[in-house]
Write a protein that binds this ligand. Structure first.
Ligand code: IDC
Length: 458
């Protein structure tokens, strides 16, 4: 017995020394759990999601290791971490914004890979060198709640940095934005809205009403009436309607201040009794300071509140709704000088092929301080075209899901550009449901939006 104890003591000393000299000495994880899912697979390639839950002490910096059992398996591109592979060993290091993991907290990373033989699940997962032997039990899939998104969630409000439902619990709305309704009005009809609600299981329908570019300013009464019609069509299908006053050029929303007051006084009075309406007062301010935007918001919000006191209002941010990042600033200008109003959120927009890790860091940082709503984003470049960036889009959507940040994708339309969900010509027909009418971006967004919601019901 004595000999055994001595042996244990020697081992402990050796282990202690090893820990003290290892580079991960500060990160004392004692265990971890892995959820590994192949999210899609095609000939020779696949995409996988890896969720690592830290079951040990909090870590401030982590490296996830695993082995690819088949010699043909290679990581092609990874996200939400720095990825490397040497032989069969894969090493995945956390980034600035996800490097801290409290006990019980999880990081979600993903990658696309290639394979030649079989594509077996990786083995020997470790977190900072400690084996991930935590239970590999599948979590029960979220139970879809009965009823439409509006039935289940009712009147929304802002609580802390979250959007909350009628049970005062955080929710994430996932949905689509129209293109400019002055150009693609034919795409918004009973069949296309049915497809959005039923096939896409969308929670949200953003109505992009441009103000210039042949929009609202050319026919205020006509555009106001059309927006109201679209609100009703969303309501009839249990979806939230986001009324977007789509200012873009000129970028200073104050240019449209009088138009905004007239428009919002009208739509807020008309829709005050509805539970499904959210107001977005300025799409993408640009070439204007935060104080200019704040000044605009503090004049428009009271007009809305006077008619519809309890609706959530979204305020656009500096630098094309980038929280100032695209102008070389950041969220601190808002944190230090927030809009003087309650029940508001701030817009953050991104285009996945143009905006990557530095924008994700900014969003991640800002999300713990400000209520954020991604009222527009694209899977492509900021000009609405170019190649879809699957890896970056997936990284973004994983991050938004993790933070329960609501989003609307640009666009639910047949515009001849890669950001559109439908192929050109779709809106001349009546099929909005088959996969044949979807673009690459449409197919990706439909697959993300149509997964079950797990809205809290109490
Ligand atoms: C783009 C449309 C394009 C149209 C242009 C006109 O995709 O067809 O010609 O507007 O202004 C935004 C804007 C949004 C842009 C989109 C893509 O909110 O209006 O739509 N984008 O450029 N911000 C970043 C990208």
């Amino acid at each position: 017995m004595k000999r055994l104890l001595a042996l244990v003591a020697t081992c402990a000393t050796v282990l202690g020394l090893t820990a003290a000299t290892s580079p991960q000495a500060t990160a004392a994880a004692t265990g971890c759990k892995i959820d590994y899912t192949v999210t899609s697979q095609w000939t020779g390639g696949f995409q996988a999601a890896v969720k690592v839950t830290n079951l040990g002490a909090p870590v401030t910096g982590w490296t996830l290791g695993f082995a690819m059992p088949d010699a043909g398996q290679k990581v092609v591109q990874g996200w939400n971490a720095t990825w490397s592979q040497s032989g069969s060993a894969v090493s995945v290091a956390g980034l600035d914004w996800n490097r801290t993991l409290a006990t019980g907290a999880a990081a979600e990373v993903g990658f696309t890979g290639s394979f030649t033989g079989a594509n077996p699940k990786p083995t020997a997962f470790t977190l900072n060198g400690v084996a991930c032997t935590g239970s590999l039990e599948e979590e029960p899939p979220p139970v879809p709640s009965d009823g439409t998104p509006v039935d289940v969630n009712g009147q929304l409000h802002v609580c802390g940095v979250n959007l909350c439902n009628q049970h005062d619990r955080p929710v994430q709305l996932r949905g689509m934005s129209t293109h400019g309704i002055q150009w693609f009005d034919q795409c918004y009809n009973p069949a296309s809205l049915d497809a959005l609600a039923d096939d896409w299981q969308s929670d949200l329908f953003r109505i992009a009403m441009y103000v210039q570019e042949d929009g609202y300013e050319t026919d205020p009464a006509g555009f106001t009436a059309r927006v109201n019609e679209l609100v009703d069509m969303a309501e009839a299908r249990g979806m939230y309607a986001l009324i977007d006053f789509h200012t873009l050029t000129p970028g200073d929303p104050n240019y449209n201040l009088q138009r905004a007051k007239t428009f919002f006084a009208s739509v807020a009075a008309r829709n005050a009794g509805k539970k499904n309406v959210i107001y977005e007062i300025a799409n993408e301010p640009n070439g204007v300071s935060w104080s200019g935007i704040k000044n605009y918001a503090e004049q428009v919000i009271p007009v809305i509140r006077a008619a519809d006191p309890d609706a959530v209002v979204i305020v656009g941010t500096r630098g094309w709704s980038s929280l100032g990042v695209s102008d070389g600033s950041n969220e601190s200008e808002i944190v230090n000088s927030p809009v003087n109003a309650t029940n508001i959120m701030y817009a953050f927009h991104f285009y996945a092929a143009s905006h990557k890790d530095d924008y994700r860091s900014a969003l991640s940082r800002a999300a713990s301080q400000l209520p954020l709503f991604v009222s527009e984003f694209g899977t492509v470049s900021a000009n609405g075209g170019g190649a879809m960036d699957r890896a970056s889009t997936t990284a973004w959507l994983d991050l938004l899901d993790q933070r329960k940040i609501s989003y609307a994708n640009w666009t639910y339309s047949e515009a001849p550009e890669s950001s559109a969900a439908f192929k050109p010509g779709t809106c001349n027909g009546s099929d909005y449901s088959s996969s044949a009418v979807l673009t690459e971006s449409g197919a990706l967004l439909k697959s993300r939006i149509s997964t079950p919601d797990s809205f809290p019901t109490s």
